[in-house]
Design a binder for this molecule. Structure first.
Ligand SMILES: Cc1cc2nc3c(=O)[nH]c(=O)nc-3n(C[C@H](O)[C@H](O)[C@H](O)COP(=O)(O)O)c2cc1C
Length: 331
């Protein structure tokens, strides 16, 4: 039977991440799976202390990476006390085939209760694959003008626990589901356990034999991607600008169709960049690339030589684009 470890960390009992996590766990149980639920907010784990760090030092020094051999690094009374906290958490984690983490955003990060759990169960060169990690995230802050949309430090921490970063559909799926929720969930509405439905509490001591894999290096380094979308949008915009004149005032059908396709393509690519970059920056870069590209293309194709004044303007635009890029935080 497949086993899900379900972690909640919202301080609210009436919570989006709890509601989404509950739906996930119910679907898991509906498919014949078993669920262990740990409520880190209601039943917090303590922060790591000296004994924990000493166990960790021994693991490193003696090159112990097999989780089953961790007890060998527990030697002193202080370390035994620390291990008494770690062991049930680690047993739960090892016994799970998948881990579902409810992670609300608190002050641009994850709740301290969740962070404490991560600190307790994460050891050097630990192997957790092939377990799947699913993060259900929610955030709801009001951002004033100028707040970078890229400011999302909530993501990296849960990602450190994933055998493979869940890019693309995983994140967007979470975001989409979160957006669909209007208003705060109420007990008795979908997502709350139906009367009589009970979830098993955490039970230490169960293990399964899972094999190799590695924790990923934190953050996969995709920060250039939105800029690439923006660059492509600018390039297509240049092609679009060049395609306008051959339409002869939109009197020629094939040319007009091409022109409209290029225009829509440029707007679509711009919209992809806007998922991660601020609209002001994106639009400035988009139009800047368009301006420079159009002048250069006119020079190459129609031999329209720009005047010195135009060249000076283009140089200023290029310098402006570089400044905008340097001044924009990467997502
Ligand atoms: C202490 C606290 C800090 C928060 N900080 C942020 C924040 O920095 N950014 C944000 O977008 N939302 C923030 N929020 C709003 C929560 O992310 C939002 O209410 C979310 O729905 C919480 O998830 P939950 O419904 O599962 O509890 C904060 C909420 C609380 C209670």
């Amino acid at each position: 039977m497949s086993h899900l470890l379900h972690l909640d960390s919202s301080a609210r009992t009436d919570s989006f991440t709890r509601r989404l996590g509950e739906a996930f766990a119910e679907a898991w149980e509906g498919g014949g799976g078993e669920v262990t639920h740990r409520d880190l907010a209601a039943d917090p784990v303590p922060p790591i202390r000296e004994g924990w760090t000493r166990i960790c030092d021994t693991l490193l020094r003696e090159g112990i990476t097999d989780i089953a051999r961790y007890p060998e690094a527990v030697r002193t009374e202080q370390e035994r006390e620390a291990w008494a906290v770690v062991r049930p958490l680690l047993d739960e984690l090892v016994a799970a085939d998948a881990v579902l983490i409810g992670a609300p955003m608190y002050n641009f990060g994850i709740p301290s209760a969740l962070k404490a759990w991560i600190d307790q169960v994460t050891f050097p060169r630990m192997v957790l694959a092939p377990r799947k990690f699913v993060v259900v995230a929610a955030r709801g802050g009001v951002y004033g003008p100028g707040t970078p949309r890229a400011l999302r430090p909530q993501r990296p921490l849960p990602e450190r626990l994933r055998p493979r970063p869940l890019r693309g559909r995983g994140h967007r799926g979470d975001r989409r589901r979160t957006r669909q929720l209007a208003g705060r969930p109420r007990p008795g509405r979908p997502g709350h356990p139906a009367p009589g439905v009970r979830r098993r509490r955490a039970v230490p001591g169960r293990r399964t034999g899972h094999q190799a894999g590695r924790l990923p290096h934190p953050e996969g380094g995709l920060s250039a991607v939105p800029w690439i979308w923006l660059l492509l949008a600018g390039v297509v915009e240049v092609a679009w600008a060049q395609s306008i004149e051959p339409t002869r005032g939109f009197t020629r059908l094939p040319q007009s169709a091409l022109c409209l396709v290029l225009m829509l393509g440029a707007v679509y690519l711009l919209s992809r960049a806007l998922r991660d970059l601020p609209v002001g920056t994106s639009y400035a870069v988009f139009t800047g690339i368009g301006t420079i590209g159009t002048v250069l293309t006119a020079l190459a194709v129609r031999h329209e030589v720009p005047s010195p004044t135009t060249l000076a303007g283009l140089t200023l635009i290029t310098a402006g684009l570089l400044t905008v890029h340097l001044g924009t935080p990467t997502p």
